[in-house]
Design a binder for this molecule. Structure first.
Ligand SMILES: [Zn+2]
Length: 345
């Protein structure tokens, strides 16, 4: 098709689907005309790559596309990610991160490119990973229902952060840094994390059984994730990269973690410190320096309370053990003294 033919409005130009991203819509148009997307754009008078256009349309580009497709320039601009601030661009995937069973396979919506959206905006269906186990098979329905409010709160904060409208410190970046910090030294899979293996299989899988796994604060703040995450895919990348590169399960756990830290920053941070070893506590305190001093003081106070409660519980458990032992010893002596077999005839 000649370039002149595209000077006029396209003979047929399907409307974008709700929340469809620019690359998806232009891809569908190009396929309709049997062209590669780059050639289609050139015929429309646009010489930038679609991945660049999708971030921000320069002056005139939106109007040009709009006139070809019979739409307004605002409607075309709404297909771009111009609302995403530069600090969050890493989190926008080139294609849909997750899958909706009800969406057409050739339609990619903007929300599906962002790691903190867990439901399809069009169908309300829960997203599933494009490969691997479904979220609903890892976490039972009742547990997901219990986690969803925190995930939604975390997702709302991350969406605000991506648009440059986040709350001040601790920001989403601060919270992600905290969640992804190692609170304890890396350690091999625990017995609970290991599959049941024969002695022979244990020898064959020695590398797996002895491989050190990073232990991050996320595991303390979202223990549900710790229990179900595959042990070799349990560790997430540091900070924002955890969101940019994470799986659906990891992103969901991070959203729950951000939600819980938002709702109870003092309690969550103190719990992570309580569960940490000496080096881990130092690392966490280093990350906490970005948090407001007043909040840090409250965390220190809560940690002292938790330690007192832990010491009291340990002392009570030790006292109960001693008491049990004494009772058992008394019973033993009693039964010994009443054992007819020991009686001297
Ligand atoms: Zn859908």
């Amino acid at each position: 098709m000649s370039r002149v033919a595209f000077a006029a409005p396209l003979p047929v130009a399907p409307r974008p689907q709700p929340d469809e991203r620019l690359s998806s819509w232009l891809g569908r148009l190009a396929r309709l005309y049997g062209m590669r997307i780059e050639a289609f754009l050139e015929c429309c008078g646009l010489r930038r790559a679609v991945s660049d256009l999708e971030w921000r349309l320069w002056a005139g580009e939106g109007a040009l596309l709009a006139s070809r497709a019979g739409m307004t320039a605002e409607a075309v601009r709404a297909l771009t990610f111009e609302e995403i601030a530069p600090h969050a661009r890493l989190t926008v995937a080139a294609r849909s991160r997750y899958a909706c069973a009800l969406c057409p396979t050739d339609v990619h919506r903007k929300a599906a490119a962002l790691p903190w959206n867990f439901w399809c905006v069009e169908h309300g269906a829960r997203f599933e990973p494009r490969a691997g186990r479904m979220l609903t098979s890892l976490l039972p329905g009742t547990q997901l229902a219990a986690l969803d409010p925190a995930a939604r709160l975390g997702a709302r904060r991350m969406a605000d952060w991506a648009q440059g409208a986040d709350e001040p410190a601790p920001s989403v970046t601060d919270l992600l840094n905290f969640l992804t910090t190692r609170h304890r030294a890396s350690s091999p899979p625990s017995l609970r994390e290991q599959p049941v293996l024969s002695l022979e299989a244990r020898r064959a899988n020695h590398d797996f059984l002895t491989r050190p796994i990073a232990r991050q604060a996320l595991l303390v703040i979202v223990p549900e994730y710790d229990r179900v995450a595959p042990v070799l895919a349990k560790a997430v990348l540091p900070g924002i990269m955890a969101l940019a590169e994470g799986s659906l399960l990891q992103s969901y756990a991070l959203a729950v973690g951000v939600g819980r830290l938002t709702a109870d920053p003092v309690g969550c941070a103190a719990s992570a410190l309580l569960a940490s070893d000496q080096d881990g506590a130092e690392r966490l305190r280093g990350v906490l320096r970005a948090w407001p001093p007043a909040l840090r003081r409250r965390i220190a106070g809560r940690l002292a309370q938790l330690r007192d409660a832990q010491r009291a519980a340990s002392a009570a458990a030790a006292a109960a053990r001693t008491c049990r032992k004494r009772r058992q010893s008394h019973k033993f002596r009693f039964s010994q003294s009443h054992n007819p077999a020991r009686r001297v005839s």
